[in-house]
Design a protein around this ligand. Structure first.
Ligand code: ZN
Ligand code: ZN
Length: 255
């Protein structure tokens, strides 16, 4: 019997994954080194990905060079009013980090979800997230419009959040839903992105029922990348208006 993430897999899963491993021996997505522990990124490559380290902005995680002793907020955030307490990304934007996330999302490399979740869990070493862990706040993935999910076959944030829930023993709820497709946001300013998203995110039926039965101390919004923060801002506004006051954001990378 093969045990993965503490769960016993049925015999046929054991057989099929062993067979697949035999036909296509797993190798690191970045350096092609053979690996065998159910991962798709080798330890050397994961360790080499640049992390966000202090000093960084207390609100958005933007890292700064130099020596800053006290807590600080970057010039960009000092002009903004977020509906969440802070965002804590783990990785700096780098060629390798962008490649992994791009492959995960656009090349349907769903098998990378667990490795990305392992990286995301490093955020919980931040003392500001200790309370959320102790009080078992609910993980809520950023939703994807159903048509986009159908095209991509999965919601990247949901897949990461599922693994994080298992790894940290936190509850998970798909509490949000996206009502309409929002055109690609890559080339839009933050203001345009916010307009683009206005009213696009609502509480799902599942979310309403879940929070009615399990009043949560807070929500940990999960996404792959934090760029301008406009998507998580819209999610946090919706959550704050309807379900819960305490919201933090955790992402794999700072875009
Ligand atoms: Zn590697
Ligand atoms: Zn900032």
């Amino acid at each position: 019997m093969r045990i993965v993430n503490g769960q016993r897999l049925p015999w046929w899963r054991n057989f099929s994954s062993s067979l697949l491993d035999f036909i296509y021996p797993p190798s690191c997505e970045l350096c092609s080194t053979a690996i065998s522990n159910g991962r798709y990124l080798c330890e050397n490559c994961v360790n080499a990905l640049p992390r966000i380290k202090a000093p960084f902005c207390d609100h958005c995680g933007e890292m700064f060079e130099g020596h800053i002793e006290s807590n600080f907020i970057c010039p960009n955030c000092s002009k903004l009013d977020y509906a969440f307490s802070f965002a804590r990304p783990v990785l700096l934007s780098s060629d390798h980090a962008r490649t992994i996330i791009h492959d995960f999302k656009y090349r349907r490399s769903i098998h990378l979800a667990r490795d990305l979740a392992t990286i995301l869990c490093e955020a919980f070493e931040d003392p500001r997230l200790q309370l959320a862990r102790e009080q078992k706040w609910t993980l809520v993935p950023v939703p994807l419009y159903w048509k986009r999910k159908q095209h991509r076959h999965f919601n990247q944030s949901q897949e990461i959040a599922k693994h994080v829930a298992q790894m940290l023993g936190l509850p998970l709820c798909d509490a949000l839903t996206r009502l309409r497709a929002t055109p690609t946001q890559t080339h839009l300013s933050r203001k345009q992105r916010l307009l683009n998203l206005k009213g696009a995110i609502q509480i799902s039926r599942r979310g309403e029922a879940y929070f009615r039965e399990n009043p949560s101390g807070g929500v940990i919004l999960i996404d792959d990348v934090f760029t301008t923060g406009s998507t998580v801002q819209e999610c946090a506004k919706t959550l704050r208006k309807n379900l819960c006051e305490n919201i933090v954001v955790v992402t794999v990378m700072r875009g």
